[in-house]
Design a protein around this ligand. Structure first.
Ligand code: ZN
Length: 274
């Protein structure tokens, strides 16, 4: 059972209910000491104000979510996406975020050649190395569940994330965000966590609901689904991960709840379900 001091809450968990300032104040009020910042909400304020507010409340920023979607076959769209990632790198540096979470992007424009699209995304990632290194920002590649391969992430397994990190050859820049929702089903999970080792820069937890209703927005609260979250945590800690355990629940159901109640439930569950 992890200490509450390990808890981080991803802002997306209470995204519609709270602005960034309200989230910072709310989490601090509940004694939560870390959060991941969601860029949509960050952009409603200035970076300087956000930074000041987060610092004033003593919160650690375990991650900035998210940037990426760099797989487009259209060079102009890709250029804009890469420019946005560079902006996100600057934001992550300004906020002192532990990492910038990056999603590769899916298939676009009727493309079907996954090998080619993956190669293209990997090539584009490599062009970000110098900028991220110069800013001292870790880019955490987050594979998504394969059900998101068409829309959000051709990076669909932890093995691929390790392969991409090997290929990029910049261990000071590229790391991995491991999410229980994404990888729980994977027979190679333990092997690939061992292979990832110190590459694991973020550990996200939520649960898989057996009768899940939506590809993106029906994640379960920790303890409500079928994932053996403590077992995955043990695997991650066995390779040395001692960072924050970040509760990240994208769910239209939980978005309807009182955010103070959501945070209280997370704190309770964190003691038993993680
Ligand atoms: Zn995640």
């Amino acid at each position: 059972m992890p200490e509450l001091a390990r808890l981080s809450i991803n802002q997306v968990t209470v995204l519609p209910q709270w602005t960034l300032r309200q989230a910072v104040e709310g989490l601090a009020r509940h004694g939560v000491t870390a959060m991941s910042v969601w860029r949509d909400r960050l952009h409603e304020t200035t970076l300087a104000d956000a930074k000041l507010c987060i610092e004033d409340h003593g919160l650690e920023v375990s991650g900035l979510c998210f940037a990426g979607l760099i797989s487009s076959p259209d060079p102009q769209a890709a250029g804009a996406a890469l420019a946005d990632v560079r902006r996100a790198i600057d934001e992550a540096a300004a906020l002192g975020a532990r990492c910038l979470v990056l999603l590769s992007g899916g298939l676009e424009g009727g493309e079907k050649d996954l090998v080619r699209v993956r190669g293209r995304a990997l090539d584009r990632l490599s062009t970000l190395t110098d900028h991220a290194r110069g800013c001292g920002v870790t880019i955490a590649l987050e594979p998504l569940h394969p059900m998101s391969c068409a829309t959000r992430s051709v990076l669909a397994t932890l093995k691929l994330a390790n392969d991409w990190c090997d290929a990029l050859g910049a261990e000071d820049v590229f790391a991995i965000a491991l999410d229980t929702y994404v990888c729980w089903w994977d027979p190679d999970l333990e092997t690939q966590i061992k292979r990832a080792g110190s590459r694991i820069a973020a550990f996200h937890v939520s649960d898989w609901l057996t009768d899940t209703k939506d590809l993106r927005l029906d994640r379960g609260m920790i303890g409500d689904g079928v994932i053996d979250i403590p077992a995955i945590r043990r695997m991650v800690e066995a390779v040395g991960y001692q960072g924050r355990i970040e509760v990240e629940v994208l769910s239209t159901n939980w978005w309807k709840r009182d955010p103070d109640e959501v945070v209280s439930i997370i704190k309770e569950r964190f003691a038993t379900a993680v």
